[in-house]
Design a protein around this ligand. Sequence first.
Ligand code: GAR
Length: 197
Amino acid sequence: MTKRVAILISGSGSNMVALAESMVGDHPARPVLVVSNLPGAGGLGRAEAMGIATAVVDHRRFAGDRAAFEAELARVLEAARPDILCLAGFMRILTPWFTARWAGRALNIHPSLLPKYRGLDTHARALAAGDSEAGCSVHEVTAELDGGPILGQARVPILPGDTPERLAARVLPMEHELYPAVLRRYAAGDRTPVFLP
Ligand code: GAR
């Protein structure tokens, strides 16, 4: 049975596009919904242009009531009956209530070589630490922020003169390769990690 995939975004949605474009032909999954917590997210228009249903659950409408925001997010998502939830540049921290609902069914992409640099400003932190490489990870979503089992990683060298922006520009295309590769395996029931290059 084809798996139904919902994707959560907050921004430009380039990872969402990479995922959606990969789900064609004999791929075991199809995108059914893209949800943003920000009405202005550039990814919404890109999803619409690809013919994918979109929704907005604006967290600011809930005035800091995280439980109410997540209840609405869960309601909107569950109406689309997804089998798999992909967080793709979704910039809200999720509570244990939400992550438990999606246990074993939710993936996230994070721009660091986890377990290094959970949270924000990953590339600046890798540079400040004098690391020789950076990268991205796809992991299962658990209650621990950026802490679930790793399903894939892609590495890029850090070069002399790198800035957080230059590094991000080199890591992002690797994200676009890694996330679809992991999703394809995951949707087929295979949780063997993917390592790139
Ligand atoms: C990506 O680099 C993703 O790894 C990162 O946000 C960017 C979203 O770009 N995610 C996080 O930092 C999650 N904490 P996109 O909207 O173009 O996919």
